[in-house]
Design a protein around this ligand. Sequence first.
Ligand code: SF4
Ligand code: SF4
Ligand code: SF4
Ligand code: FES
Length: 947
Amino acid sequence: MFAKGYHDLGTPAPREAGTNNPVSPSITLEIDGTSVTVAEGTSVMRAAAVASRDIPKLCATDSLKAFGSCRLCLVEIDGRRGFPASCTTLVAEGMKVRTESPKLTELRRNVMELYVSDHPLDCVTCPANGHCELQDMAERLDITSTRYGLAGSNHHHGELDKSNPYFQFDQSLCIVCSRCVRACDEVQGTFALTVQGRGFHSQVVASAHEPFVDSECVSCGQCVETCPTGALVENSVIRVGAAERATKTTCAYCGVGCSFEVEMKGDQVVRMAPDRNGHANHGHACVKGRFAFGYATHRDRVLKPMVRAKISDPWREVTWEEAIDRTAREFTRLRDKYGAGAIGGITSSRCTNEETFLVQKLVRAAFGTNNVDTCARVCHSPTGYGLKSTIGESAGTQAFDSVEKADAIIVVGANPTEAHPVFASRLKQRLRQGARLIVIDPRTIGLVRSPHIAADVHLQLRPGTNVAVINALAHVVVTEGLTRDDYVRDRCEADSYAKWKKFIAEPRNSPEATESMTGVPAALVRSAARLYATVPNGAIYYGLGVTEHSQGTTMVMGIANLAMATGNLGREGVGVSPLRGQNNVQGSCDMGSFPHEFSGYRHVSDDAVRGAFEAKWGVSLKAEPGLRIPNMFDAALDGTFKGLYVQGEDIAQSDPNTHHVTEALSAMECVVVQDLFLNETAKYAHIFLPGSSFLEKDGTFTNAERRIGRVRKVMEPRAGFQDWEVTMLIANALGYPMRYRHPSDIMDEIASLTPTFAGVSYEKLDRLGSVQWPCNDKAPEGTPTMHVETFVRGKGKFFVTEYVPTTEHTTSEYPLLLTTGRILSQYNVGAQTRRTDNVIWSSEDLLEIHPHDADVRGIKDGDWVGITSRVGSTVLRAEVTDRIQMGVVYTTFHFPESGANVVTTENSDWATNCPEYKVTAVEAIRVAHPDEWRARHESSLRHTTTA
Ligand code: SF4
Ligand code: SF4
Ligand code: SF4
Ligand code: FES
């Protein structure tokens, strides 16, 4: 077996009550004659492990509180009677402990014999063989048989629950140590498991003794990870067998950026084991990262390049040489005929930093234009603009660990339990310790009420009124004297503060004045503001519910204003943290994917910066910003934009107003799509270049906390090339030389050109595991918390955040507001997760509608509902629920069949063009024949594609 590289110390390190700060070592004791000094509150088991004396254990593990049930960890302590359990006994000054003695061995052997007498002795065929702690302990104590015999009552025929697609639960192998139950409670926070019955009859059950798949379980796999026997085991382990090697990598799903050990046998993934040394996830994971990796080897993967003259022609498979040659010839032709401004590229927030950097380099240096943009345009571009303007850096201010020190937490426009599940579990741990919670969301998201969690305040605003709500919160803070004027005086621009304060104090911004617009009772706004502003540490976490609005940037500025005014920036426990949707949204923005910026957010018009790139790249570069994605579409329809290279992004499904997007794509002469699957955008492509999954490549991703983590290749690229190699081939075919031997060469170039990355290298990432940028001479090991002494821009700047209602409003024709979001089991446009067993939890987008709105329209749960907006229509199945408020409907956009973005409008953020996905006025009607609606939706798309 491979070494897992993690030394489990048995019980968690003690923390200072209320603060979660580590406790300094102060207690010295002797363990087997060796002196060791540890923190007060440390268990004897942990102290022994620190002194390299690993005491036998089964029910203990250092990610869970000590439980003391297995009695295997007994020790002898001078002056104490009996044999205390070392996991539940705390150290004391001068204590003398013996971890081994003939008596202890006898007692431990007795315990093990009892376990073994009720355990099927077929280790050789057990899927846990080789990584079973029960087996290890039996070997360590030399138990090969049992004096108690095997004939008595036993659990050998316990239930076998195979209902979950990813793991099974075999009661016959369960020793009822309760580690799974505690993992589900303490780490995941779902409380899905309990021990039912007593004594011999006690057993672990899911929910009210239901099959796992029908229970409250959300399939995070933490119980599987912690089970010390083969009772809970992954189906992939059963299917593939024991792993031969393990490689660390970073999850390719959401912006939490969990670190995993990919366990492999040959070229097959045995399992994705959450990395206990992972800085973002500390050994935890969610159903997507943990289990939904099957898309990488799905039969739908396109493994051969393909070309066609017209999008109505069938695809023709070609060699890589032909595909690359054709790509280069087409872009050269278009550039020669129409000019460099007629072509461009889109980078992907799913690809690595290195791949993204190369695509923008290809566009700027080889195409000769700044027409490069990224899918972050449609999600977090307002974050970049809003935070850069106010505090000076386009990124979140904290590490995830910071939440452990927050006293009041605002979650606004984000649904972490669905979209950022591992962070949500950390957040819930802190809430269970007593931190207070304010949720600002049109829906009753999971955090509002879940086991042992209840939001103190839920501001259930009407979609589109974010800015009015943040202004009202700030109004209370300012008018009730809750600002931290000393902090602001030291750290912010006085003029901008005075101007903002005057504006925000105006009565029109009060909770009472805005109540009728926002739908939020003024008293709730007042109590939320007081709560956030008066605790020692107030933290704000936000998501796309903040950014995807016509005032997305204003709202981000409003959040930064509120945090500055209350002194909640620049230390642990506070901050402004955007929860990024895709795995590398942060990275794709950092790498210079926007048309106006080079890597590190430096404007293309800055002569010194541009000069550095020109010198390194050996070409002259344009000083004017290029086209953003929506401008590319408009220009295509105007006949001035002709060719697009899209890497790893499905713009036809993910961008708003699908008709407009597909019309624009249809109007181009050459669309090159590089992806794993023949996605919706590929329907409008002339050249298809197969992509490589994260398992097939080397590189780095940057998560929502600016953490750069390594992606490591565990299998050969199935189509022959990693994505960065394909971009390099295109550049070379265009006559612009790119000669990288490995992505580490690309990172070296990034570091040489980007001050915030100057200290980043693969050697450092391998050594430290990951680093958070800025990483340079000033911060050689990275920067967990930003803006500590001063803001990156020097003085923080307040912006006046006038609330301007969206032009998208309800009318008698479109009386409902549609808003969109995500669900746990699916990811983004679903290209990956739809090709995994995750579909058993969600196989279609549903339309959530309030019982009253459903009732007046004669809509019942499960009915087909036609949705019509000013720009399009589609059909979805209804879910009648009071999670959503009256007058608002909600859906996800994971399935192309429903095409939720067919109805979203082209409204966008005033500063960044980020689409206003979150507010669309619609009408919903019950539909008897969904196929007619579907046909209508599809034919309208077909019509636009052939027009
Ligand atoms: S998979 Fe996760 S949610 Fe489900 S029972 Fe196990 S720990 Fe709980
Ligand atoms: S399933 Fe595993 S972790 Fe849970 S009680 Fe049984 S042996 Fe312990
Ligand atoms: S929380 Fe996000 S990064 Fe972590 S395993 Fe899940 S999808 Fe992957
Ligand atoms: S490890 Fe201490 S009682 Fe189980």
